[in-house]
Design a protein around this ligand. Structure first.
Ligand SMILES: Cc1cc2nc3c(=O)[nH]c(=O)nc-3n(C[C@H](O)[C@H](O)[C@H](O)COP(=O)(O)OP(=O)(O)OC[C@H]3O[C@@H](n4cnc5c(N)ncnc54)[C@H](O)[C@@H]3O)c2cc1C
Length: 418
């Protein structure tokens, strides 16, 4: 395999380009956007959440679902669509909400996330990525004391896979993050994970794409595939100016995030991926002593806070409304309110830089990494809420699989069922 073409220059495609290039493979990176990191990877929550990989589909989520859907202020919203794939996805999501399945998925995702942490560390050491990856530690604050026992059980269970986590009382939470001293809502307890890190996903995407020395084909939309003898031979592409061209390669990787399902449908490949919209704001720090340094997750409000230099990125919400990127001002107002309640006086709120992105989510939160039934066509997509966290491990794993090498973790849970 001499030349591979990667479709999608988000954090997954850019990491894939570098993983392949490190194997001595010539790489072409194609994206409809004008530069890497413009899709879901642009202004996401910035969390490298290696120990928080529990799937979205859990028994607790299933129980809470009716209440969430009926409440106007709920972090989750849903607009039914009359598409068979949408209902198949929902049925599979509900089917995945069993405790046994949650534990299996958490275990396989922990292995992938730890692999990702190791691969990113190696790449940072061996390439001048020039991106700050800060081991900020993560503090998940809980407002409901009744959740304490379940949280402790989860911490104990995850410890056997190598997660280092500690349950803290409210005072200890405020010692870990002194900016929480001004929080207007009471804290019941928290979980502290010292190994978690933060980084800017857009900058990382670009740095990975540059380090790969791939041939970039930006402003280029992939409209379809040219197949011969059951193998993909080329991509059919359209440039921003409308010019059509084909790009040939020995193999192709679809890393098109929320765009992957539509791209593969004409080949008869049904990817179980739903776009789940989320929002972020990025606030300039006004008073450094009042802004968080550690990465904070407010479990009750389902919001994450990450300090990126002089800004704090706040992200959250989950909307199943198709590929609609419109920004709902009520979501932005809710995030601003939560940020000023939790860290009063910390931020300038005049220019919150509102952003919305689509998480490419599979029903059970397992990404799709591996071959398809079409020759020469591979997948690295469906990373849902964890694409930044899992990018480097997923990319490395795929590059090994494409070369027929054995891998240190079981890759079968990530294979698309044919
Ligand atoms: C609000 C929010 C917060 C999040 N926070 C975190 C977090 O804190 N930590 C974490 O780990 N993850 C987080 N995520 C998830 C993470 O952002 C995604 O999983 C990740 O960005 C997916 O990367 P990707 O490369 O697969 O997709 P994308 O970044 O969307 O990249 C796909 C690319 O494919 C291109 N493309 C699609 N179709 C075509 C086509 N036909 N032709 C050419 N190009 C095409 C697109 O232009 C795009 O650039 C968050 C997501 C959201 C929305």
């Amino acid at each position: 395999m001499k030349h591979v073409c990667v479709v999608g220059a988000g954090v997954i495609g850019s990491a894939t380009a570098l993983a392949l290039a490190r194997e001595g493979i010539e790489v072409t990176l194609v994206d409809a956007a004008d530069r890497p990191g413009q899709g879901a990877s642009r202004a996401n929550g910035a969390q490298l959440s290696y120990s928080y990989v529990e799937p979205l589909a859990t028994p607790a989520a299933l129980r809470a679902l009716p209440g969430w859907l009926l409440s106007r202020d709920s972090p989750l919203s849903w607009q039914p669509r009359w598409q068979a794939s949408h209902w198949r996805w929902l049925a599979a999501f509900i089917g995945a909400c069993s405790q046994a399945r949650v534990q299996q998925t958490t275990e396989v995702l922990l292995r992938l996330s730890f692999l990702s942490r190791d691969v990113l560390a190696r790449w940072q050491h061996e390439h001048p990525l020039g991106v700050q990856v800060r081991q900020a530690g993560k503090l998940v604050i809980h407002r409901d004391p009744a959740k304490r026992d379940a949280a402790q059980r989860q911490v104990d269970w995850q410890a056997r896979f190598g997660c280092r986590q500690l349950l803290l009382d409210a005072d200890a939470c405020r010692q870990r993050e002194p900016a929480l001293a001004h929080d207007r809502a009471p804290i019941a307890f928290g979980i502290w994970t010292p190994d978690e890190a933060v980084t800017d996903a857009q900058q990382l995407s670009r740095a990975l794409a540059e380090a790969s020395r791939a041939r970039w084909r930006m402003d280029t939309r992939v409209a379809g595939f040219v197949q011969r003898d059951g193998r993909v031979q080329a991509l059919r592409c359209v440039s921003a100016g409308g010019a059509e061209r084909e790009i040939e390669a020995d193999a192709f990787v679809v890393a098109a995030g929320p765009g992957a399902a539509a791209l593969l449908q004409p080949l008869g490949i049904q990817l179980p991926i739903e776009p789940i919209k989320g929002y972020s704001i990025s606030l300039q720090v006004a008073n450094a002593a009042r802004a968080p340094q550690v990465s904070v997750t407010d479990a009750a409000r389902k919001l994450v806070y990450a300090r990126l230099g002089e800004q704090v990125r706040i992200a959250g919400f989950a909307e199943l409304r198709g590929a609609d990127l419109r920004i709902d001002p009520r979501r932005i107002a809710a995030m601003l309110q939560a940020a000023t309640d939790t860290f009063p006086g910390a931020f300038q709120t005049g220019d919150p830089q509102p952003w919305a992105g689509l998480r490419p989510a599979t029903p059970g939160s397992r990404p799709l990494i591996g071959p398809t039934r079409v020759g020469g066509l591979w997948l690295n997509t469906g990373h849902g809420a964890l694409g930044l966290t899992l990018a480097c491990g997923s990319a490395w794993l795929l590059a090994q699989l494409m070369q027929g090498r054995s891998v240190p973790i079981d890759a079968s849970p990530f294979k698309l069922a044919s």
